[in-house]
Ligand binder design. Structure first.
Ligand code: NAD
Length: 433
């Protein structure tokens, strides 16, 4: 172990080559060589392990894993692994985390780890009577589930409460929905909750005389919210010809658009999910579950709006907040099966699902800021296309040193297009012959 300090502020990391970046992680003690190996194509997810994960496996499929820098969350520096195919996301998150750092970093929190399971109760003669019967026997019903998962019980988790909702109008008429609230601790919780719902159903049928139809987790995990806040000093927002105040106000105007218009909100929230999904993928989490919960939560007031809010604080600085359901796990599902997940959690120094959710929410907020800042100033394409140029060069057929050389020329010409890249490559090849 070297005496190099652990910090998320790794200056010049983007300028290092792959080998040097690996050395940096090893020398700072973030990863052992074996853990680092889990990120490499030649020693990553073994085919045999993959064969146990899903059905009809024929191979494994790789995506880039990059590290977002500069994150400081609740006073702790965190390196954040992100897995995705889209350029400029990792750079955007890292840059905004640096700005947020100037305002004290991110402060993030979670409301707990309660997931909701649903039982659909049909064929009831009197919904109110059935509701009263369930609530009168709440303790018995919950007690019957207590020993279902001894590991969870010993960790202080398990069944916590029952709630009943009446659905007065539907295509099949009125029915009752029973919500089982379960504390799933460090698990995402879908299997735990689904098992408990199925186990609970016969007792509910007996009690109410109804027929329990569906028994399944809800992805609208609004008892498991994570939130992140940050303050960006106005002067830190200034660049080139843009004043700090101008950028700040432009960001708030851009946010107000998303908060008022679902067409814009969809894209605004997609930008937030760019950051969130990438960390979820790196940590083996169910990103579809989080996506579903996030968008349902964004529509909780009856219309679809922004998941974030941006405003000016008392000192005139830019203040942002993001809140969304985050059902993430550090145990269960694929998390302990995929070797890359263990390395990703180690890299972040994550010890619990709530810590992971706090990091994920902070990355989402940073990503949102990156998009709003670009949109409110130069437009999104300038920065993005510069970073996209290398992918364009590869698509055109460049390899090795030619990738960066061709990308640089495309940027210089301001013609970041595959047809132009092919043309240049063609002239270079002709030159050789
Ligand atoms: P799981 O069943 O694999 O693991 C959870 C178990 O781990 C718990 O039952 C507990 O016994 C044990 N455990 C050990 N240490 C724990 C700790 N510190 N905290 C909590 N539990 C601990 O996984 P899961 O989280 O119940 O289910 C997640 C999987 O379910 C994901 O793969 C997801 O894709 C899938 N899934 C999702 C949906 C949905 O989102 N609608 C539906 C079905 C399945």
């Amino acid at each position: 172990m070297s005496h190099k300090k652990q910090t998320s502020r790794l200056k010049g990391f983007y300028q290092l080559d792959l080998e040097e970046r690996h050395q940096e992680l090893l020398e700072r003690g973030y990863l052992t060589p074996e853990e680092l190996g889990a990120f490499l194509p030649e020693s990553g997810l073994p085919l045999e392990t993959a064969d146990h994960m899903i059905e009809n496996v024929v191979g494994v499929f790789s995506l880039p894993l990059g590290i977002a820098l500069n994150f400081q969350i609740n006073g702790v520096d965190r390196l954040v692994p992100m897995v995705l195919e889209e350029p400029s996301v990792v750079a955007g998150a890292s840059f905004m985390a640096r700005l947020a750092r100037e305002g004290g970093g991110f402060s993030a929190s979670c409301t707990g780890s309660i997931m909701i399971g649903q039982l659909q109760i049909l064929d009831l003669k009197d919904l109110s009577l059935a509701r009263d019967q369930i609530l009168a026997h709440k303790e018995d019903l919950l007690g019957g589930l207590e020993d279902l998962d001894p590991i969870l019980r010993d960790l202080g988790g398990g069944p916590k409460d029952l709630e009943v909702r009446e659905i007065p109008h539907s295509a099949i008429g009125p029915f009752l929905v029973l919500h089982l609230l379960m504390d799933v601790r460090d698990a995402m919780g879908a299997n735990v909750v689904n098992t408990a719902c199925e186990f609970l159903a016969p007792a509910v049928e007996e009690l109410t005389g109804g027929r329990v139809h569906l028994r399944i987790l809800s992805n609208l995990a609004d008892r498991r919210l994570a939130s992140a806040r940050c303050t960006i000093p106005t002067q830190s927002l200034a660049f080139e010809e843009y004043s700090g105040e101008g950028v700040r106000d432009g960001i708030i105007e851009a946010w107000a658009f998303a908060d008022a218009d679902p067409y814009r909100a969809a894209t605004h929230n997609k930008g937030i999910m760019n950051g969130i999904d990438a960390v979820l993928l790196a940590t083996g989490n169910d990103w579809r579950a989080v996506e579903a919960g996030a968008h349902a939560y964004a529509a909780r007031y009856g219309f679809y709006r922004s998941l974030s809010t941006w405003a000016v604080d008392r000192e005139g600085n830019l203040q942002g907040e993001l809140e969304l359901p985050l059902a993430v796990g550090t145990v269960g599902g694929a998390t302990r099966v995929h070797p890359g997940v263990n390395a990703a959690l180690k890299l972040m120094g994550v010890e619990s699902a709530s810590q992971l959710a706090e990091i994920v929410a902070s990355v989402g907020l940073a990503q949102n800021l990156a998009a709003l800042r670009a949109l409110a100033t130069d437009g999104i394409q300038r920065g993005h296309m510069r970073l996209h140029a290398r992918q364009v060069a590869v698509t055109a057929g460049a390899a090795g040193d030619l990738v960066n050389k061709l990308a640089a020329l495309l940027i210089e010409e301001n013609e970041i297009r595959v047809d132009r890249a092919r043309e240049i490559l063609g002239t270079w090849q002709e030159g050789k012959e």
